[in-house]
Design a protein around this ligand. Sequence first.
Ligand code: PGA
Ligand code: ZN
Length: 426
Amino acid sequence: RIRQVRAYEILDSRGDPTVEATVELEDGSRGTAAVPSGASTGTHEAVELRDGDRHRFHGRGVLTAVAHVNTEIATCVRGMDAEDQAAVDQAMITLDGTANKARLGANATLAVSLAVAKAAASAHREPLYRYLGGAQSRLLPMPMINVVNGGAHADNPLDFQEFMIAPVAARSFGDAARIGSEVFHTLKRELAEAGENTNVGDEGGFAPDFRTADQALDHIVSAIEKAGYRPGGDVVVLLDPAASELFREGTYHYTGTDSVRSVEEHVEYLLTLIDAYPIVSIEDPVAQDDDEGWTQITTSAGAVCQLVGDDVFCTNPVLFGAGIRNGIGNSILLKPNQIGTVTETFDTAAMAARVGYTTVMSHRSGETEDTSIADLAVALGTGQIKTGSMSRSDRTAKYNRLLRIEAELGDHARYAGGSLLAAGTA
Ligand code: PGA
Ligand code: ZN
């Protein structure tokens, strides 16, 4: 049973404050969890409560959310059974009373939700992935490794936010991490030789002064080859244009080339990229409120490319349900802080499984050293995880956690490779 819940402010990878909570059970077991924070957030995400007090952290303090944990939430969940995750999460949802955690803050509820799960796992003397996923949890996800940053994650003119690679042909997660690291370093050399900047962006990928996606993709494909792998065979390419950030008044604004594309032209452009490069997955190919664009891209590319909904679904069962009815996309990104509890994240994943959408566990661009999402990916058997580049400890912490899980599982570990990509694209 839960004896005590405490929260405090810590710093995320951008140096902004975020919420960390520690839960202590009556048997002395403890769990601690910190929540991440996005930069290109979906309009309908659960509310990340910020103080707005300009005298602290430029208004980004989270002392209100922290206070909610230390007072109302602590009182509400004290004495509850930590193993009954659904009951604890439901108690917080009811206490909050809004549809989007606007009162308590999803940063408050998620910190407690994850810390409760970790404390219960500790009481069971089980790793988090096995406690949450059961004895059969042994599928290590294919990492979508970020190698080039643009959009809201870097100060370069590149419009698309994320360019990623995935070692589909690797034999194990460790093998995938090695291949990812080799390609990452080869790309660094490749960029340096081309006279490009090799500084990294928020998610640890390089942020050269490219103006078009083609420039980034040409260098990435070249780096895959130079590292000794077959583009499309051994290592595939994945995109997150984060297109909501480009969409204004019905059109897509490409600042890198100072051009505007209609919905049709934008979708057509993505189709030419899918044709020209070994791209097997595109997240948020069109904007969250561009229903027409989502229908067009799903109709024209859904059979050959995984189309992952991030901003459009926000890990929210209601939004996801509407998307499923409208036939939008074929995959969903799972970001626990978009919805605010472990239980709801699992509910959304279960929904995806029922309707045959693939799932991708995901970090945020502002992260901490918390590695819960690595365990969640294994517990849910998502088969895919997006957690940044092969640099920055906030990103490699998740990869390292997965390496440790693989080592712990030994012969029982399985690596998903491209087997769980949507649309048989692997
Ligand atoms: P965010 O970006 O965490 O800044 O929202 C990640 C994403 O768009 O997938
Ligand atoms: Zn995204």
